[in-house]
Design a protein around this ligand. Structure first.
Ligand code: SAM
Length: 464
């Protein structure tokens, strides 16, 4: 499939690739996606993949460089699938994140009347990731930890990712030492054999507490407790060592069983600042090994601040927080409202949410465990109808049944928090057909150096 193209890069797509068209020859005008490029680059590339409407190229030679190119800080940036945008100046990244949101709203839903605001920069551009998951591999007789190459499961060894919180990185380094010292066998995806699949570390930046989670392919790991005790001794602020058991032959990192090896089953973080009413308030949150927790804690505070201020919560209001995780938005909303209800389908997260309410002495909340699409239609029989609904679904977006139920509840405001502009756009169209339109959308950079972008969208009822 070796074919050469000269391509002028004019845009960036949601996967972080430069986009452009072939400049001459029989394929003139053909759309090409080229990783590692940016708008303004003129490149010669060769074809690596052909799809129906586009091809994917790999740069052979840069003929001209676009404005905004910077040197990548990490030596494996071009190999690792983690940071597609390290070669792009941070302000240019922010500009393109807002454009990617605007383009998705138009491409997927033909929405042009929603005001897309400039992207909010992350308070930390490096060292922001509070959760690190690394696969292991066996190379030249050594166990190595690293990252998958883009779109593959080839492990690129790396022990110094600049996006990771330094404390989480230290936990991974110490876990890896234990794997080597105890000669645990590395899991092989092809054969399904081996003992350790992944190493996971979490840190709570507000308190410094850390958690270590080796993911095991078997229910028992020899000398696991001794390993945990040594880890606790060698790692500052390590409060929790949990063995996660994943015996399934899937790509999912963590299995559905956890065994406490040392310390406690959770770490605790503190988020927010200021007085509730004037600002978010300040709350404590327990995080279990498998509970969802926003990966960039400082930017999560900005996200919650914007979502709650757009929600326009009154002290007499009832707020529903759909897809609530460990109850972060629910509990901040409860500080402003008369009552808040969180809905979430992971029972460990709901247990954390109840404990978080208790730890913060908040009693004007309720949490319901179950799929939003099943729980929502009957929720107003248990709790008062909401004045405001906030929803924050996973990347795949919301279920239509859940969206229809939200529209039927007829709240005053709907605030949609999204980590995927394409599914946001799809769901906004569904809500539009139910009588709600998107007024404004705030992109936030939760994941610097990557093309991912978080959004808050405010919906209002379409006037009859
Ligand atoms: C993007 S997270 C949002 C969590 C929370 N708002 C936060 O900021 O920490 C989405 C959450 O939705 C949950 N979830 C996924 N599908 C669900 C469903 N069908 N019904 C209810 N919750 C679901 C996930 O477990 C996850 O906790």
């Amino acid at each position: 499939m070796s074919r050469w193209y000269r391509v002028q890069i004019t845009g960036l797509n949601h996967r972080g690739e430069g986009t452009g068209r072939v400049l001459s020859g029989p394929d003139e005008g053909l759309v090409v996606f080229v990783p590692g490029t940016l708008p303004g680059d003129l490149v010669e590339c060769f074809l690596v993949e052909r799809k129906k409407n586009f091809v994917r190229g790999q740069v052979e030679r840069f003929l001209e460089y676009g404005d905004g190119r910077v040197d990548a800080l990490c030596k494996v940036a071009s190999l690792c699938g983690g940071c597609a945008w390290q070669h792009i100046d941070y302000n240019v990244q922010l500009e393109w994140k807002a454009r990617i949101v605007k383009e998705a709203l138009w491409r997927v839903a033909r929405i042009s009347d929603c005001d897309v605001l400039p992207c909010v920069a992350s308070p930390r551009v490096l060292g922001y990731r509070n959760k690190v998951e690394v696969p292991l591999a066996f190379r030249k007789g050594q166990v190595v930890a690293g990252f998958y190459e883009p779109f593959t499961h080839n492990v690129v060894p790396s022990d110094n990712c600049i996006l990771e919180h330094p404390a989480a990185r230290k936990v991974i380094a110490n876990l890896l030492e234990q794997v080597k010292k105890r000669k645990y066998r590395v899991y092989n995806e092809k054969t399904g054999r081996g003992q350790i699949r992944h190493l996971v570390a979490r840190v709570a930046p507000g308190t410094g507490e850390c958690m270590a989670v080796p993911v095991s392919n078997a229910h028992r790991l020899p000398k696991a407790r001794a390993m945990a005790v040594e880890l606790m001794e060698s790692t500052d602020n390590l409060k929790s060592v949990v063995l996660n058991i994943n015996t399934k032959r899937t790509n999912v990192v963590m299995g559905d069983k956890d065994r406490l090896l040392a310390g406690r089953m959770y770490i605790q973080d503190i988020l927010g600042s200021g007085e509730p009413g004037r600002d978010l308030g300040r709350l404590k949150f327990r995080i279990s090994p498998r509970s969802f927790y926003q990966v960039n804690s400082d930017q999560a505070v900005n996200l919650y601040r914007i979502a709650l201020s757009w929600a326009g919560i009154d002290s007499s209001d009832v707020v529903y927080d759909i897809y609530c995780g460990i109850g972060t938005i629910t509990l901040f909303a409860a500080l402003q409202a008369s009552f808040a209800v969180g809905v979430e389908d992971v029972d460990a997260a709901i247990r954390d949410a109840w404990k978080n309410a208790r730890d913060n002495e908040i009693d004007n909340v309720g949490f319901v465990c179950g799929k939003a699409e099943r729980v929502l239609p009957g929720l107003h029989n248990k709790y008062p109808k909401p004045d405001v609904v906030i929803l924050d679904p996973p990347r795949g977006g919301s279920d239509k049944g859940a969206l229809a139920a939200i529209a039927n509840l007829n709240p005053r405001n709907i605030v949609y928090v999204s980590c995927n502009p394409a599914t946001l756009a799809r769901d906004l169209i569904f809500l539009r057909n139910q009588g709600w339109s998107a007024v404004k959308c705030q992109p936030l950079d939760m994941f610097p150096m990557t093309p991912h972008v978080e959004c808050v969208a405010l919906m209002s009822r379409v006037k009859e």
